[in-house]
Write a protein of this length. Sequence first.
Lengths: 126, 370
Amino acid sequence: MVSDDRRYSREHEWVRQTDGGAEIGITRFAADELGDIVYVELPAVGTALRQFTAFGVVESVKAVSDLFAPVSGTVAAINDELRSHPELLNSDPEGAGWLCRLERTDAAELDALLDAAAYADLTGSP
Amino acid sequence: MTAAAETPLRTPLHATHLEHGARMVPFAGWEMPIHYGSILDEHRAVRSGVGLFDLSHMGEIEIRGPEAMAFTRYAVVSDPANLEVGQAQYSMLCQADGGIIDDLILYRLPDGYLLVCNAANHDVVVEHLAALRQAADFDARIDDRSSRTALVAPQGPAAAEVLAGLTDLDLSDLGNYRAARGQVAGVDCLVARTGYTGEDGFELFCDSRRARTIWRALLEAGAAHDIQPCGLGCRDTLRLEAGMPLYGNELDRSVNPYEANLGRVVKLDKGEFAGRAALAAIQQTGPRRRLVGLQLAGDGIARSGYPVLIDGQQVGSVTSGTMSPTLGHAVALAYLPSGEAAVGGQVEVAIRDRQVGAEQVKLPFYRRPQ
């Protein structure tokens, strides 16, 4: 389930470059590890995120986990669907369960991230 | 408590859990299933159909002998003297200052009592009972049967129908908080109509070596009701919705029964018992704090340890909290000063850098349809 056009952080977030920015989310591995996700706390549009710094919180039934930005950028949009349907993070974490869209990103930061093969190694995925 | 530092203990159903794809976690010195895929699915199965729990980690201690009744009566805060054979009672062991050593279910047996205690407190309870017995010189034997006893618990509205096809007992004769000896799938059991989920359900105590037979028979018989193996994750959300305290969260040695809304369990008029003097004094003055139920009004989930505030001042702490799968909103238990504890009272919970409004609501949060 690790797609090729993304980069991955060691904290289990993904980033996908888009026209003029990037989309970020949590990986399938992270979603499976967390279990049923019941609440997501995301930053307001306009918030500046710094690479590898906490920007929000995801809560499963049992645990609270920080979200770490895989890249820096300014929040252009957040996924409002997650407010009423946090389970999207379990069912489709790398698609409909995206977290934020960022603008003013820096493509050079991607070099500090893992490609799909390296991330699969990290998580022991086939 | 020695077990926690050593190799985790495994229940007789350990291999079966792995076959079911369980996520295993360390718990109270044991390696236990937290879930088999989804805590929410397991929670819903118990509310709407039937779920199957392995609770073999819990402690089973029998008290027998000529003074079994006198000793049990002295050791616990409730009064088990008038229980009929087969009747169960919720109770506690308290220390001299009234603090709770453990909460437990006791069952009246033909010749004594069975005490079912929390796994985390098993060693402490056994030592405490032995010390009490010796100090007060009761002619009673304490028989710790925990390592030889498995506990399998089908819980949920369909549990009775599933179990009925596997047992020689007439379950319509077995009322709530009653137990009887019988066979389940050909295995001798103590069949108890008890649980920790807020639903109808059963707890089946049997010889550890026969646990797999019972587990498999229940899964097979329950297939028509989509029976679901259930882990400790949903056990926690189920008990919390049902407003039941959990030792280690709501209860510990710094908490007395009156604070935890368990004063009704304490029978001060039964004569001398361990902790009586302190409990009588607390009952006279009233507890300084009380356990309350909170329903959050805003976004977020109150978790254990989060501060509870009134007018910006911390007045208490959350002991347990979750997003209630059945109710769809966040609920929590918290201790508040007695003067502030009132249904309808407004408080705030500090969740990270925010303060979220919450209302004190009547417990339990969830009551099963009659």
